[in-house]
Design a binder for this molecule. Structure first.
Ligand SMILES: [Zn+2]
Ligand SMILES: [Zn+2]
Length: 732
């Protein structure tokens, strides 16, 4: 193989000692094992240089450019660490960067060789760095899309011909809003409005936006500059830059149609129902269908720059942020800097702080993410970006072939699962809830919503996408696994939060208008979201015993509607009968009288909450004011207020803000029980298959109604010490 070595680089004495380090990052240098000394991806071998000579040395010149403006950097005495970092291995080529670090800034240089020849004579585009020029190359994006369209896992699950609502699109060629013809191919936009006064589709603008040329952005259509704003004669509102850039991008990519929520959904299609409440019919039809709208898009453009819809798409228009790449020449070799993990910048962006953008990302198969420094293509199979040329491989199953961050399986919890692989498995609901749905909620609940009552709307598309796997939902919980998921919890993890360091404050703030028993009913904070769990542990539903639950929905006309939630064929009711409550005949159905008196309580309330009526056993527990668990924020709980160790029944996750509640006994209601043992036959219990009793901690809030505070677990043997009595409770 011919090896092109850098020719006659001009180095200072110090950098001459690093020459081999730079030769090593050429992708054709693997043979001969030149990496012996430097190949260490964990800072194993670090050298350093100190005292730059940018006037005479080619490497010093690059380093001066990269670090010269860093706060605290002094060219004569700041020490710069130097090491090689291996990134990937492909067909015998080892791909590395030469990395530098000083003053908290990292610089990773890679060569910009476009093509190398393998020993078999095949020419491949090697792993190299690539220039990020001020304007994005549309052909690069087209090539990403074309390759992705062949990925088996990236095929859209929906098509716009399935839409059962009026679907409008922006025609970027004729510059107008059109009603989409069936099976239209389109690009969707995900962006942050951020309070910009922008043109929206409403009854006043509808006619204007349907006129040809009303949504042009120059470029293809006119002599004006590409970013000439379109002003509608309506309060001086404009189509904001991000949408204009997205229109321009579609034109550059040859994509004819663009979908943007603010221009394609009527924002004021309100009607007043018989109870006097206002509802937007167009939104109501489309918000639950976000799974199909984003799921059918050929590409979802994600604007991950700035904090509002005026931030635009860098690369579609010229911004200074895209010029941060460090480029330099050493000998005849051109080097350019590459970012460490471009997706990190995405997760830190404003876009990922907003609630609505969560499902827009989740539900799309193919994303084009506009970051300040570069554009990243991310699909359900892999990730490509502008500053690395990684297209030499498009099957990242070969774990050595690409840098770790490019493998989409790392993000898989934030994708839809491959249902075809699992649909026949009895484990699928458990896998779906534990590995996907939980992750979605953890990611979603840490985000902000401008309108807090949007909590279910902003997750509605994700729920719609889950119905096929889990069945229908009631207030965000799957009805078929309701008892298990009703026992959702948020708490400290003793492994991660040793005493004194834990940050958990518990859920203490209610979300108005939503029930306490659902995750929708609480305002979440970052400290608590990490430990959110829907506790679906059962591989097989028969491992759970359930209590009887009816759901109560308040209808718009003020009436209420009952829905059966606990499964009618509950087989394991007998497991709950071990409590000394022979007077209480546990069945999975309510008597007429029980339901009617509970409904009367619901009707008393003018509150629009969703309710559940739960028929179960209840008891009281006592929280030890001193009995904080050694490793977490949880408190010891007893059957009596003397806190006798013999009466210990478990631990309770107890937010500090509830200190005043410690002096009162707390009421618990059984939500179900769970067996770990293989043979859940009662009463022949052994200690090993001693069931865990799953309880809700509740408090009375007036009118005979209760609200959930937290959850409580106890083992059967401990639970027997408590005094249990039957209850029919209304939880709101
Ligand atoms: Zn030098
Ligand atoms: Zn793909």
């Amino acid at each position: 193989m011919h090896i092109q070595r850098p020719q006659q680089p001009v180095f200072c004495q110090q950098c001459a000692g690093l020459a081999q380090l730079l030769v090593d990052i050429s992708p054709s240098q693997k043979i001969g094992n030149a990496h012996t000394e430097w190949w260490d991806s964990t800072y194993g071998k670090i050298r350093s240089i100190q005292g730059l000579q940018p006037d005479t040395c080619e490497l010093c010149r690059i380093l001066q450019k990269a670090f010269g403006r860093a706060p605290g950097f002094n060219a004569s005495d700041t020490k710069i660490s130097v090491w090689n970092k291996s990134l990937a291995e492909y067909r015998g080529f080892l791909h590395s960067t030469c990395s530098f670090e000083a003053c908290g800034i990292k610089l990773a240089l890679a060569p910009t060789l476009p093509v190398v020849r393998t020993e078999e004579g095949e020419e491949i585009i090697a792993f190299t760095s690539r220039f990020v020029v001020p304007l994005l190359n549309p052909l690069l994006v087209k090539s990403w899309m074309n390759r992705c369209e062949k990925h088996a896992f990236c095929q859209p699950e929906y098509s716009s011909k399935d839409f059962d609502f009026q679907f409008r699109l922006i025609d970027v060629v004729s510059g107008q809003l059109v009603t989409a013809s069936p099976d239209s191919r389109y690009v969707a936009l995900s962006y942050v409005w951020g309070g910009v006064k922008q043109v929206v589709l409403n009854r006043m603008t509808y006619q204007h936006l349907e006129e040809e040329g009303s949504i042009g952005v120059g470029g293809l259509r006119g002599p004006k500059a590409e970013d000439a704003p379109i002003t509608l004669a309506l309060d001086g509102r404009v189509i904001p830059r991000t949408i204009r850039d997205a229109i321009r991008l579609c034109q550059l990519l040859g994509e004819r149609y663009l979908w943007v929520d603010s221009l394609c959904i009527l924002q004021d299609d309100d009607f007043q129902d018989s109870s006097g409440a206002w509802t937007n019919a167009d939104k109501l039809a489309q918000i639950p269908r976000m799974n199909t709208i984003y799921g059918a898009s050929a590409l979802t453009v994600i604007a991950a720059c700035g904090s509002d819809s005026e931030a635009g798409l860098p690369g579609v228009h010229i911004t200074s942020t895209r010029s941060t790449q460090i480029i330099g020449k050493i000998g005849d070799q051109i080097l350019a800097s590459i970012g460490e993990n471009p997706l990190d910048a995405f997760w830190r962006s404003k876009s990922c702080e907003r609630g609505w953008t969560f499902q827009e990302f989740l539900l799309s198969k193919r994303h084009l993410i506009f970051l300040p420094e570069q554009v990243v293509f991310h699909c359900s199979t892999l990730t490509w970006c502008e500053d690395h040329s990684l297209e030499y491989v498009d099957k990242p199953e070969n774990v050595m072939a690409v840098p770790a961050w490019t493998k989409s399986y790392r993000l898989r919890p934030l994708q839809l699962p491959d249902a075809s692989k699992w649909s026949q498995s009895v484990f699928f609901p458990a896998i779906f809830i534990n590995q996907y749905f939980n992750e979605w909620l953890r990611n979603f609940l840490k985000r902000n919503l401008t309108v807090t009552s949007d909590i279910l709307f902003a997750f509605d598309g994700a729920l719609s996408a889950s119905i096929g796997h889990l069945g229908a939902f009631y207030q965000g919980l799957p009805i078929d696994y309701f008892c298990e998921c009703l026992h959702w919890s948020v708490g400290t993890n003793s492994m991660h939060y040793p005493k004194g360091k834990q940050t958990h404050t518990g859920l203490t703030q209610r979300r108005p208008g939503f029930p306490s028993w659902s995750w929708t009913g609480w305002i979440w904070n970052v400290a608590s979201f990490e430990q959110f769990w829907l506790n679906y542990q059962g591989k097989d539903p028969s491992y759970w015993s359930r209590v009887a639950i009816w759901g109560v929905r308040r209808l718009r006309d003020g009436n209420v509607e009952l829905m059966s939630i606990s499964s009618p064929d509950v087989k394991s009711w007998d497991r709950l009968q071990f409590f000394p409550t022979s007077a209480f005949e546990v069945t999975d159905s309510f008597t007429h009288g029980e339901l009617q008196s509970s409904l009367a309580m619901v009707k008393l309330s003018k509150n629009p909450l969703s309710y559940i009526i739960i028929k179960a056993l209840t008891s009281f527990i006592y929280v030890d004011p001193e009995g904080t668990n050694k490793w977490s924020a949880s408190r010891s709980v007893f059957t009596s207020p003397d806190f006798n160790p013999a009466n210990l029944v478990g631990q309770l996750n107890f937010p500090e803000k509830w200190e005043s509640k410690i002096k009162d006994p707390l009421q618990v209601i059984i939500a179900g029980s769970f067996f770990y043992g293989p043979s859940p036959k009662f009463p022949d219990q052994t200690d090993e298959d001693d069931p865990t009793i799953k309880c809700l901690v509740v408090e009375e809030v007036g009118d005979g109604q209760m609200e959930r505070l937290t959850t409580f677990d106890t083992r059967f043997t401990s639970a027997k010490r408590l005094v249990w009595v039957p209850i029919v409770a209304v939880l709101r």
